[in-house]
Design a protein around this ligand. Structure first.
Ligand code: ZN
Length: 121
């Protein structure tokens, strides 16, 4: 076994340090790549936060909220849209008494029912 000089030991050490450095560097690189991939959502490991596609509690993803149908002012001849702030009449008829509005609404409902019955028969 040949005797090694302190110079060659230093060379071995420096070579070892080089290898260690490159090993650490590649490991750090791997870790960074993994972090980036999981942040983008490609990595198999799930990161913190909501999974893509979920939009809220209780609602299945991909299905939008069902909007209520548009209501119109119940006053005969009025084609304006009703607004909840006016008590479900239009801005023009918001000053009408509730009793009148209710009568208009009942009339309209009766009319609708009649039309439906007629259509069926
Ligand atoms: Zn109206």
């Amino acid at each position: 076994m040949p005797r090694q000089s302190s110079g060659s030991i230093a060379a071995i050490v420096s070579q070892f340090v080089d290898q260690l450095t490159s090993a650490l560097e590649s490991e750090a690189l791997d870790r960074a790549r993994e972090a980036v991939l999981s942040a983008v959502g490609i990595g198999a490991r799930r990161g913190p936060g909501r999974p893509a596609g979920s939009r809220g509690p209780g609602r299945p993803p991909g299905r939008p909220r069902k909007k209520p149908p548009i209501q119109y002012c119940p006053v005969p001849g009025c084609k304006n849209r009703a607004a909840p702030v006016f008590g479900m009449v239009c801005s023009e008829h918001k000053d009408l008494p509730k009793s009148k509005i209710n009568k208009f609404r009942a009339d309209r409902r009766a009319e609708k029912a009649k039309a439906k019955a007629k259509g069926k028969a």
